[in-house]
Design a protein around this ligand. Structure first.
Ligand SMILES: *Cc1c(COP(=O)(O)O)cnc(C)c1O
Length: 393
């Protein structure tokens, strides 16, 4: 069968992926339903940074909208699915992001696939960071624009390419404010200067920064004080906000254009009311309880300090902490050992997702993890890496 042949090819390259069913036990612990007697796994790969997915305010608001408006929106927004709750959420998001308007999409993936082709076409050019998310690259492909990739966070490279390849038509620069594989941050102020100098549109994907950074928790665009100088700010409700779906924030003209041109908005059913409820509660919680993100970053600081003391090499300036191990098979082996022997769930990230020779274990810190759990994880990691002879300093 064709499936078997294709799967065998993937397996031969070591790229076969499999699902692992889990059950959430709360406090960042996961049970494996297939192994009822095994101790719970500690989840260090979740994007639910603020532990909002289990927050009573989200659950309550979600239930209220479910009961008031039903389990599905019934139609796309341009049909009869334009429930008033979408407008309430859009107003909250626009206020949080200091933008004129916002538009909700079904998911971050859908937002990027709809948004980018609405802004750039065959005669235009898109400059994208090499580490941009797959959904951004898929959006660029759908746009049919000339795609030019610049080296990750490399401003000189970007400027050089702008000089040579900007052309006369529309040009769009697409970056993320916080990159999920390296856990590092985009030099937004410099990118804004370049976009202004070379007359480009700038789109910033804040999937991993929304809810966590800036005085109001809007994200890194807010933290850098650049809300008025970024044309398109996109982000998701699916990570720190503990819900699902995505938003695009910008001018009301941008919103009107997307309603008319973004195919993933036009031709897809509006999100279910329960999801909108959770997102609405999450955005309000971010505004009202800045202490929650302070709690998260205290944990991030603790974990990094423990790694530093243990001499563990890591990257990142955020809640995402990649520990560099080098070879792919070492990363895979260490992830398996962490999981099977130490009940710690972290992901091995390897090429082609990251450059050759930079395979890593990726840890993401959430408010669900107790300090004791973080101490135990760091100690385990230090001893595993020592056994592997990895550059412990
Ligand atoms: C997760 C992510 C997305 C996709 O968002 P979903 O809501 O999960 O579809 C898009 N962009 C970036 C940078 C992401 O990290």
């Amino acid at each position: 069968m064709v499936w078997q042949n294709l799967l065998a090819e993937l397996e031969k390259k070591g790229n076969l992926r499999e699902l692992t069913p889990v059950r959430r036990l709360g406090r960042g612990r996961l049970a494996l339903p297939g192994k009822p007697d095994a101790p719970p796994l500690l989840d260090l790969s979740s994007n639910d940074y603020l532990a909002f997915a289990e927050h009573p305010r989200l659950i309550e608001q979600s239930r209220a909208f479910l009961e008031a408006a039903g389990s599905g929106a019934g139609a796309a927004r341009l049909m009869s699915g334009d429930l008033d709750i979408f407008h309430a959420l859009e107003d909250e998001v626009a206020a949080l992001k200091d933008q004129e308007a916002a538009l909700i999409f079904g998911s971050g993936y859908m937002a990027n696939c709809g948004l980018i082709p609405a802004l750039a076409g065959r005669h235009d050019v898109i400059f994208a960071d090499r580490l941009d998310h797959a959904s951004i690259y898929d959006g660029c492909r759908l746009a049919g624009a000339r795609l030019i990739r610049f080296n990750h966070n490399d401003l000189d490279h970007l400027e050089d390419l702008l000089k040579k390849k900007r052309g006369k038509n529309r040009a769009l620069i697409v970056v993320e404010s916080l990159y999920s594989m390296d856990g590092d941050i985009c030099p937004l102020a410099e990118i804004v200067r370049l976009k202004e100098r070379y007359d480009c549109l700038l789109m910033v994907d804040e999937a991993h920064a929304t809810g966590l950074y800036g005085p109001k928790g809007a994200g890194l665009v807010e933290e850098a004080g650049l809300a008025g100088r970024v044309d398109i700010v996109m982000g998701t409700f699916s990570k720190a906000l503990g819900s699902y779906g995505a938003y695009v924030a910008g001018s009301s003209g941008l919103k009107d254009l997307l309603i008319n041109r973004a195919r993933s908005f036009i031709f897809s059913t509006a999100l279910p009311p329960a999801v909108v409820g959770a997102s609405l509660a999450a955005v309000r919680l971010v505004r009202e309880e800045p202490g929650l993100r302070r709690e998260l970053f205290a944990k991030v600081d603790l974990f990094k300090e423990l790694l530093r003391r243990g001499g563990v090499p890591f990257l990142g300036t955020s809640q995402i902490i990649p520990v560099m191990v080098g070879k792919s098979d070492t990363a895979v082996k260490l992830a398996a050992e962490l999981r099977e022997d130490h009940h710690i769930f972290a992901t091995a990230v390897r090429p082609p997702t990251v450059p050759e020779g930079t395979a890593r274990l990726r840890f993401s810190i959430t408010r669900n993890l107790s300090d004791a759990a973080l101490e135990q994880t760091a100690a385990t990691l230090v001893s595993l890496l020592q056994n592997q002879g990895i550059n412990i300093t």
